[in-house]
Write a protein that binds this ligand. Structure first.
Ligand code: AP5
Length: 208
């Protein structure tokens, strides 16, 4: 067994698909964004350092991210691999990751830039179970979240200005990883500008 990387711009649907794929692979989701938000909330030194970068929509320095990942993949549930969501985001992060675990697939969810702002600005998540919703495209069911205890959360960085910066950081620093993983035969592209179920179907098809 090895690890999977979910790759794509902000709002591509990495978190949405991670929840669905997790049920099939059993691999735990490791989201550096979620880890950083937890650190910010807890007021840890990592959180204090990361907050300004996140608020501006810039990438947090590689050293901070790699320290988090090195700790996380030593945990017991990671021994058969994990599903990375939002990591790696730079070539130095990808190079360091090669020394930590075997990557079997990089699944790229491709979504045009013009879709990103509307997706992100309509997002909510359930604070109880982490399910991801959208005001228009994937609303909370009328009878509530599947976990039975929907607690609406909206992210501080889900505003138009910050999203445009996040998109800029993606194109400049993260998109070059596509060629890097392609050269290693690991990169698989899936059209992310479709219904959520169709995308899940294709991602699982690549993994099978
Ligand atoms: P992070 O939390 O990773 O945010 P992101 O990459 O910007 O990705 P998102 O979580 O916004 O989007 P997603 O692809 O998961 O989409 P989702 O499924 O929610 O990072 C935040 C910040 O932390 C960064 O800016 C950076 O500062 C820092 N950071 C994190 N990792 C780092 C790293 N490795 N290195 C350096 N810094 C790092 O979907 C979005 C919305 O669209 C939802 O409302 C959803 O319901 C909807 N949706 C999903 N799929 C569809 C569909 N097919 N059709 C219509 N709507 C859809």
């Amino acid at each position: 067994m090895g690890s999977i990387v979910l790759f794509g711009p902000p709002g591509a649907g990495k978190g949405t698909q991670a929840h669905r794929i997790m049920e099939h692979t059993g691999l735990p989701q490791v989201s550096t964004g979620d880890m950083l938000r937890a650190a910010v909330k807890a007021g840890t030194p990592v959180g204090l350092e990361a907050k300004g970068y996140m608020d501006r929509g810039e990438l947090v320095p590689d050293a901070v991210i790699l320290a988090l990942i090195e700790d996380r993949i030593q945990e017991a549930d990671a021994k058969n691999g994990v599903m990375f969501d939002g990591f790696p985001r730079t070539i130095p992060q990808a190079e360091a990751l090669q020394t930590l675990t075997t990557i079997t697939h990089v699944l790229a969810i491709e979504v045009p830039d013009e879709r990103i702002v509307e997706r992100i600005c309509g997002r909510s998540t359930c604070g109880q179970c982490g399910a991801v919703y959208h005001d228009t495209f994937n609303p909370v069911p009328a009878d509530g979240c599947a976990c039975g205890n929907f607690q609406e959360k909206r992210r501080a960085d889900d505003n138009e200005n910050t999203v445009l910066n996040r998109l800029g950081a993606y194109h400049e620093q993260t998109a070059p990883l596509a060629a890097w993983y392609d050269e290693r035969g690991l990169f698989h592209r899936v059209d992310g500008d479709r219904a959520i179920d169709e995308i899940t179907h294709d991602l699982l098809g690549v993994l099978n």
